[in-house]
Each structure stands twice: as C-alpha cells, then as structure tokens.
Design a protein around this ligand. Structure first.
Ligand code: UDP
Ligand code: MG
Length: 139
C-alpha cells in the first residue's frame, strides 16, 4: 500500500469542484485516510514547493496557493502515487488528456486544480508537512 498527498487547490475549491475531484480519485480505488481544509501560510507553501524555489513561477505559485483555502487529503491504495498522477493529468491542462481532472477542468498551467506527490520520497515528506500521525486513519 502506498500513500500520496493531494491538495485541492484554491481554484478548485472556489469553483465548487472539490467533490468531483475527490470522487474521481475514489473511483480509481483510492481511499481517503486523512483530510483537512486549511488556508496555507507563506512559510508552509514555500516549504511544500521548495523544489521549485529557483523557478520563474515560484513567487506567483506561492501567492496562488496561499490566496484562499485548500483541502489536503492523503489517498491510500496500491500504486497510489502513480494512480493519483494519472488521474490528475499533465501539469499543463492544455496538454492533459481528456478524462483527467486537469484535462477536463483545468484553465491554465498555474490554475490546474490539484497537487499530487510525484514519488514515494516526496509523498513521505509532503504528508509529514500537512498531517501528524494521529490525523491519519487506518481502517
Ligand atoms: N506551475 C506554474 N507554471 C509553470 C509550471 C508549474 O504556475 O510553468 C505551477 C502549477 O500550479 C504546478 C505547480 O507549479 O502544478 C508545481 O509544478 P510541477 O512542475 O511540480 O507540476 P505538478 O507536479 O503539479 O504537475
Ligand atoms: Mg510537482
């Protein structure tokens, strides 16, 4: 069993797409084992996206992700990391396949609705940024 950290980004929460997005992951057999709504502060946003600190889009990305509340979820399942990435689709919605979350609903490369961990190492790091062990359910 694997776990992946998913963030439903400000654009998705504002557009009322949280339920649809959660449902898409659930339909792939992924199970919610932790979930919370939160308004990210700049410090946590910068830590979460630390890998991108030197990219030209970093400051705008931090502004966007801290602009209004998000929903953080841990999904668990066999090959959860790859399944989440496939269900999300490519980073740029213009290139994401139809049938993926970003392909069907994403507006542009920044406003692309969801985050999902990209490796098991990243998933562990990201999960520990957002959740304590007591907040993660085993059922
Ligand atoms: N992003 C952006 N401009 C870019 C590339 C990425 O605004 O040119 C944003 C976008 O919201 C993306 C996030 O930065 O989801 C993280 O980028 P990454 O390459 O890690 O994409 P992801 O893993 O989310 O598919
Ligand atoms: Mg990424």
């Amino acid at each position: 069993m694997e776990q992946s950290l998913v963030l439903i980004k400000p654009d998705a929460v504002q557009r009322g797409l949280a339920g649809t997005i959660i449902s898409r992951f659930e339909r792939q057999g992924l199970k919610v084992v932790a979930m919370k709504m939160l308004h990210l502060d700049k410090a946590l946003a910068q830590r979460h996206y630390a890998i991108h600190w030197d990219k030209p889009f970093f400051n705008d990305l931090v502004k966007f992700i801290t602009s209004s509340p998000i929903i953080a979820i841990i999904f668990e399942g066999d090959r959860a990391i790859e399944t989440v990435r496939q269900t999300m689709g490519a980073t740029d919605p213009a290139k994401a396949k139809s049938g993926t979350i970003r392909g069907d609903f994403g507006l542009n490369i920044q406003h692309n609705l969801v985050h999902g961990s990209d490796s098991s190492e990243t998933a562990k790091k990201e999960i520990s940024l957002f959740f304590t062990p007591e907040e993660i359910f085993d059922y």
